[in-house]
Design a protein around this ligand. Structure first.
Ligand code: ADP
Ligand code: ZN
Ligand code: ZN
Length: 751
């Protein structure tokens, strides 16, 4: 018997439960046309009503009795639509990330609530002058005509009036307006207003002649684009080397060829300056999306995109899902950024999704970074084995007069030996003083907000922990009083004056939090004006923008901040960047800890000396011998990469091998442990005979108890991603069967 294929079809993408699909037979003559994402016409229900649907899966093994399945009626011959691509993308995400169809489609095609349109309505005189005057004269003095007289008197003079004015000030009812327009005396005109957040696109664009390296990159990427096949590129260049100019040149070529462009930028880096650059070059052909926009603003941008009024969309990771039907280029700026990874199911990585989207559109994928992710760089090496090799171009110099800064490492252990217990080493202190004298600016950078701002007792060494989570509370100073807060679950309590354990009064907050650094800096340099930027000072619309603008306008001498200050603005007067406790991220329990540390140090250094003044960077550390720190000092990405990839090879970590993490959590310690046991045994049975796959763990999560949930992890490493997917399915089945009716969370995460 010939092979028969069956299609899973969803019939309505707006309904709640998208995991509900219907199965149909694919007639042999349609086989080549029906793929995931294809729109089809199907007979539906008892009356075999013809309705439209989308194929979300194709299989040889139907779930139902074959004889009772109906045939797909038709495959409309239409050009590929945006919806079709977004459905295929959702199907791919479901498969790749192991999410539900529901979550996947809700991500790629979120229901965009219609917001009241902002329209400008006017009442316009339609009748000619003479008939209007005639009517006016006739109406004057008549009973019940006062309103019409009022309106006509004004309309005859001005020809048109603001609708609101007519309704409120002239007090004309809707009924009156309706009857007048039915008589052909007036009409109501509404013009749609788009809530465009920026309006200074009129400013002239800067003329820039690309340098040799930029030209080479633009030419190669453009040539790649004209092949109209999927082509991935990496643009590796330090901050300020002119990557954005390269992006803009390639964008010009692509939109001139009538195709569309999506450019992802981490939200934090999407500054006013960047937006202006794009508006100036591309005028109103650009749409910019960000999460701080009002729902109305966002809706309007989507409307413009849907109507084809823009060719270029710039935004955070969700900008991938705009309804474009002919994408030619997807750019991911700062491709190493963590914010490209979604924390909500399906926990997708925008880089992976962008790659898939570019494949679906036969488009170019252009990734750019000063510190490319090890994952991406690995794929650019000449010996890379896969077929998904990435072509790399480098920009090695900063443009114009800007130089790379000098980076100096300070060993904080030496400072302690010299009895300096301050957060500031002597060299950093001296250099800050120098800058203040010269009226130059300083940025002080702390790795993670409040991470070590914990409260501990110097007598017994105990720290005060969150009762829900297994982590230390952090001191927060507010205007009214100080509080201790849990950064994981938000638990809050008053500060204490005595240790709850030993009653000693030698208790307090130690370590470095942004607030503490600010306090110390203000005390040490009373002459300086200081700004602080972290999640606490930047909540609300435009919060970080305000602080950065103030600093860019030199309203302060010193800016203190977390990761956030690493991105964004050019500060030509910043000549010193100080990194306090550079090694803090080296202690996080993640195989990417070194990569993250190196990246932060280089990105922070990139902030110094962006103008014509030479910049200097001071890195304070307790681990000066660590290669992440040594290579950051030399600003040597390749040296770092070589050491890092060697470590990943030995440890079988990505990108050399695949790694999947299973996360189990529930409110019972025993239940979590039991589920983890079943998972482990199931996985172990599968890999028993395989040399290419290993299990690591199970282990308690680094924060074992959070929000009153007990959490376990199991890592599975394999050269073979198919095996990992098989393990995922088997574990899911076993746990679903074994723990029916229990409440728990189970998640798989591709690392
Ligand atoms: P990146 O994106 O790598 O940080 P940009 O493209 O923002 O770099 O360039 C940094 C600065 O240098 C910008 O002000 C830009 O206008 C300018 N610039 C870029 N390329 C050139 C060039 N070829 N000649 C002169 N100035 C340039
Ligand atoms: Zn104590
Ligand atoms: Zn907590």
């Amino acid at each position: 018997m010939p092979r028969m294929l069956y299609a899973d079809v969803i019939v309505d993408i707006s309904i709640e439960n998208l995991d509900r699909t219907y199965q149909y037979k694919i007639p042999p003559e349609m086989e080549t046309k029906v793929k995931v994402g294809t729109p089809v016409v199907i007979p539906f229900g008892k009356g075999n009503r013809k309705i439209n649907g989308y194929v979300v899966g194709v299989t040889e093994n139907p779930k139902y009795d074959k004889s009772r399945l109906k045939n797909i009626e038709d495959v409309p011959d239409k050009a590929i639509s945006a919806t079709q691509v977004l459905i295929s993308l959702a199907c791919w995400m479901k498969e790749y990330y192991g999410s539900t169809m529901n979550d996947a489609i809700k991500t790629t095609m979120p229901v965009r609530r219609k917001i009241k349109e902002m329209t400008h309505k006017r009442v316009v005189l339609k009748a000619d002058d003479e008939s209007a005057k005639e009517l006016y004269v006739n109406l004057c003095g008549k009973k019940n005509a006062a309103a019409r007289v009022r309106l006509l008197r004004e309309l005859i003079q001005t020809k048109q009036l603001d609708y609101e004015y007519v309704r409120k000030n002239l007090n004309i009812s809707n009924a009156t307006l309706k009857s007048l327009s039915e008589q052909g005396i007036i009409y109501i005109e509404s013009t749609r207003l788009y809530r465009t957040p920026f309006t200074d696109a009129g400013l002239p664009d800067k003329e820039i002649a690309l340098n040799v390296e930029q030209k080479k990159a633009v030419e190669a990427i453009t040539a790649g684009y004209y092949t109209h096949t999927y082509k991935p590129f990496l643009l590796h260049g330090v901050t300020g080397s002119g990557k954005t100019e390269v992006y803009m040149s390639v964008i010009e070529k692509v939109i001139a060829d009538n195709r569309q462009v999506i450019m992802l930028i981490p939200e934090i880096a999407l500054t006013y300056q960047t937006m202006q650059r794009f508006y100036r070059r591309f005028k109103d052909r650009v749409s910019i999306l960000n999460s701080k926009m009002s729902a109305g603003e966002r809706y309007d941008q989507y409307e413009r995109i849907r109507k084809g009024e823009t060719d270029i969309v710039i935004g955070p990771r969700s900008a991938l899902f705009v309804p474009f039907d002919k994408i030619g280029l997807i750019i991911i700026d700062e491709e190493h950024e963590d914010s490209y990874k979604s924390e909500m199911p399906p926990k997708y990585h925008a880089r992976e999704v962008a790659e898939q989207l570019a494949r679906l559109h036969n488009a170019v994928l252009l990734m750019g970074s000063a510190t490319p992710s090890v994952d991406t760089y690995y794929r650019t090496r000449p010996d890379y084995p896969g077929e998904d090799k990435v072509t790399r171009y480098e920009l090695t110099e900063r443009t114009g007069s800007a130089f790379l800064p000098d980076v100096k490492i300070i060993d904080m252990r030496e400072e302690i030996k010299k009895k300096n217990y301050s957060m500031l080493s002597v060299p950093l202190y001296n250099k800050i003083l120098e800058r203040l004298d010269r009226k130059e600016q300083v940025m002080l950078f702390i790795n993670r907000r409040g991470y070590t701002g914990f409260v501990s007792c110097r007598n017994c060494g105990e720290s005060i922990k969150c009762p829900n989570c297994d982590i230390s509370l952090t001191i927060h100073h507010t205007k009214s009083k100080d509080k201790m807060v849990c950064h994981l679950c938000g638990y809050e309590t008053d500060t204490v004056v005595r240790c709850p354990k030993c009653s000693s009064s030698y208790i307090g907050g130690f370590g470095v939090g942004t607030q503490k650094v600010e306090e110390m800096v203000r005390n040490t340099f009373p002459q300086a004006k200081v700004l602080r930027m972290d999640a606490d000072t930047t909540s609300g619309k435009g919060g970080h923008e305000k602080i950065l603008t103030a600093f860019a306008n030199r309203e302060a001498d010193i800016l203190i901040g977390t990761q956030m200050i690493v991105k964004g603005h050019d500060f030509p007067f910043v000549t010193l960047v100080g990194i306090l406790a550079a090694d803090m991220t080296l202690h996080i329990s993640d195989f990417r800890a070194s990569e993250k540390t190196f990246e932060l140090l280089v990105q922070a250094a990139g902030r110094a000396g962006r103008g014509s003044l030479k910049g200097e960077v001071i890195v304070q550390t307790y681990k000066p011998e660590h290669y992440a720190i040594v290579c950051a000092e030399a600003q040597d990405y390749k040296a770092f990469y070589e050491q890092e990839i060697a470590y990943r090879k030995i440890m079988k970590y990505p990108p050399v091998s695949n790694m999947m993490t299973l996360f189990i959590s529930s409110d019972s310690e025993k239940l979590s442990a039991d589920i983890m046991n079943v998972s482990f045994n199931t996985a172990n049975d599968i890999i028993r005979t395989r040399k290419d796959t290993v299990l690591v763990g199970p282990a308690p999560h680094p924060v074992f108890k959070a929000n009153n949930m007990y959490r376990y992890l199991l890592h599975i490493k394999s050269n073979n991603i198919i095996i990992l997917k098989g393990i995922r399915r088997a574990v899911e089945n076993a746990v679903e069967k074994g723990f029916l009716g229990y409440k728990y969370v189970m998640q798989f995460d591709m690392q």
